[in-house]
Design a protein around this ligand. Structure first.
Ligand code: SF4
Length: 438
């Protein structure tokens, strides 16, 4: 009889992909079957995120909840970034936890479930050449890891501490995986890495010289793959060669994530981001000149230590100039093992007043909302190519995403799910775009 696995995934697309790997390993090697009910599970996993403080704080109360409702002999395992960063201390703090598996150790899941009260959190562990079992949430869309870890040392970020140094996954493994996905009918792939466009910097086996732009080109040559997305690229590595390929290769979706973090060159230097406000704007300008309909999303942190009103106004200035389509914005929260946390600990810098940081976040979000409302109005009569992903039975509407990553709904039959069609925007209802087949 199958054993039941319940898994809760927090955080980014990397974590989602790690969960897919974990599920596949346990289904294929350990005879598990996924369940959405933790009460009937034989194994409960929490795949954690530690980028911000809040979810990490909630972890122990969640463990407590699961411990109360789980079956008597069910196990609880903690995986992901918080597992890497808190390690054995999770076992010490909670008797309910059976094992702790770090983000860099996903490939060991089928071994650790047979251990008692252990923590495997080696951040130098190399599973870049490990062949994972196949698993994806949707046949139409697949995710492929192209690198693990991150060599950057952004002063606010805990990721290098939880995911270790950067290693690129050998190109032939990526190409084989993309071909396998194409053969089973996958149309869109999402390439994943903490710092995707630094691809090729370091391999753990002898490897030909290759960079991210060349990798994109090689994947785009695979028949059947019709769309390619990637996350997260670093603005520093967006050179002219990359922008030309991105603009002119029709399989590369015209939506890009450009994590700004701050619009102030002074703050960017303190964050050790490696670029200036001018560099960021120059890259955006070049991309817009080649791709006028490009959609750009971003991450912004407000209230980073020493951020003055003038620095914040620089951020608003970049927001205004770039007109980001999507904004993920946060108040700075100090993370352990980071340089910025040490400055605060040593009282070299003070934290920005909480009320002031909140004011800046609200202002930023309000300004972004205005930009979105204005830009949405301009969508009327625009033409997009949409990959239809699902059918809303109740409203008889097809739903899909444009290559600029906009969610668009169309009155048409369910037989078009899985097809890529041209759609003209005919109606705008608040943030919702409704279109007609052309
Ligand atoms: S590039 Fe910076 S923010 Fe991104 S994962 Fe690496 S250290 Fe963190």
């Amino acid at each position: 009889m199958n054993k039941k696995l319940y898994i809760q995934t927090l955080g980014c697309a990397m974590n989602e992909r790690d969960s897919e790997h974990i599920i596949a390993e346990l289904e294929e090697k350990e005879n598990y079957q996924i369940t959405t009910n933790p009460q009937e599970a034989d194994l409960i996993l929490i795949n954690t995120c530690s980028v911000r403080e809040k979810p990490e704080k909630k972890l122990f109360s969640e463990i407590g909840q699961y411990a109360k409702i789980k079956k008597n002999d069910a196990k609880i395992g903690i995986c992901g970034c918080t597992a890497s960063h808190l390690g054995e201390s999770i076992l010490k703090r909670s008797k309910a936890v059976d094992f702790v598996l770090g983000a860099r150790n996903v490939s060991k899941i089928s071994q650790i479930i047979h251990q008692k009260r252990v923590a495997w959190v080696d951040i130098d562990y190399d599973d870049s050449s490990y062949i994972f079992s196949s698993k994806q949430n949707s046949i139409l869309k697949g995710m492929i890891n192209i690198s693990i870890g991150c060599d950057k040392k952004c002063t606010y970020c805990i990721v290098p501490h939880t995911r270790g140094n950067e290693i690129s996954i050998p190109t032939h493994l990526i190409i084989n995986e993309a071909k396998r996905l194409a053969n089973q009918g996958t149309k869109e792939i999402l390439l994943l890495g903490q710092n995707v466009n630094n691809y090729g910097k370091r391999f753990s086996i002898p490897h030909r010289k290759i960079n991210f732009t060349q990798l994109l080109y090689e994947i785009s040559q695979i028949d059947g793959i019709q769309r390619i997305r990637f996350t997260s690229p670093h603005p520093l590595h967006m050179d002219d060669e990359f922008i030309e390929e991105f603009a002119h290769n029709p399989k590369l979706c015209k939506a890009i994530h450009m994590p700004l973090q701050s619009g102030s060159t002074k703050i960017l230097q303190k964050m050790k981001r490696g670029y200036t406000k001018e560099w960021f704007l120059n890259r955006v300008e070049k991309m817009y000149s080649l791709i006028p309909h490009l959609s750009i999303s971003t991450d912004i942190i407000v209230g980073f230590p020493t951020e003055s009103e003038e620095d914040f106004l620089d951020t608003l200035d970049v927001l205004e100039k770039v007109q980001f389509d999507t904004l993920y914005s946060f108040i700075y929260s100090s993370r352990p093992h980071t340089e910025a946390a040490k400055w605060i600990e040593n009282k070299e810098v003070g934290e920005i007043d909480e009320e002031e940081a909140k004011r800046r976040l609200i202002l930023l979000k309000d300004k972004h909302r205005d930009i979105l409302t204005q830009n949405n109005q301009k969508e009327l009569n625009n033409i997009h190519s949409i990959l239809f992903e699902s059918y809303d039975e109740q409203n008889k509407l097809l739903e899909g995403r444009s290559d600029t990553n906009k969610l668009i709904r169309v009155k048409a039959g369910r037989n078009l799910v899985g097809e890529i069609c041209k759609v003209k925007i005919s109606e705008i209802k608040g943030a919702q775009l409704i279109g007609e087949l052309m």
